[in-house]
Write a protein that binds this ligand. Sequence first.
Ligand code: VGL
Ligand code: ZN
Length: 197
Amino acid sequence: MPGVGYGPRVGLLVVDVQNDFADPAGSLYVADGEQVIAGINAQVAAARAAGSPVFYSQDWHPAETPHFVTGGGVWPPHCVAGSRGAAFHPDLVVDGEVIRKGVDGADGYSAFSVRDPRSGVRRATLLGERLGQLGITTLVVVGLAGDHCVRASALDARAQGLTVVLPLALTRFVNLHPGDDDRAVDAMREAGVLVGG
Ligand code: VGL
Ligand code: ZN
């Protein structure tokens, strides 16, 4: 993985390293998801040492939502607010601000915006504003899953004009449809995300 140069204008976003994704017993386990945690902890330490802010997103769904198969969506129920599956994986070092997506029933993949599942109306989370206040120009994005929440967050960060770095060693993919991993990497590269080894 290329060394990421942290500093006060560089932020780190750790996406959805929660039990339901990163624990083999989780309801939407992302294959080998737990393998990214040690590397992510090292990035958190490096970011902290350089004065870079660290943000953590959490998928945080109501028990019933169109996001789940039980509500007409594609996903098994996961990351239900307050459940063990929604908690951060116990090995993850959590040392920064937490952004919960879906607290009021909205859902969405990006840490920057959530969407009302019924009306389709999208609105911003606090993340974009916080990054702006802090003068962040570069965002390093890591975590789960590369073809959904990491992808959506990286694309939104690019749309906000940020330089975005994605170390591939620090993400894993769901691959609900074979090839989703390659398509996600292509879409991110196309948007100017610096996808590294
Ligand atoms: C995610 C599928 C459903 C993710 C969240 O964190 O990438 N994927 N909900
Ligand atoms: Zn979800």
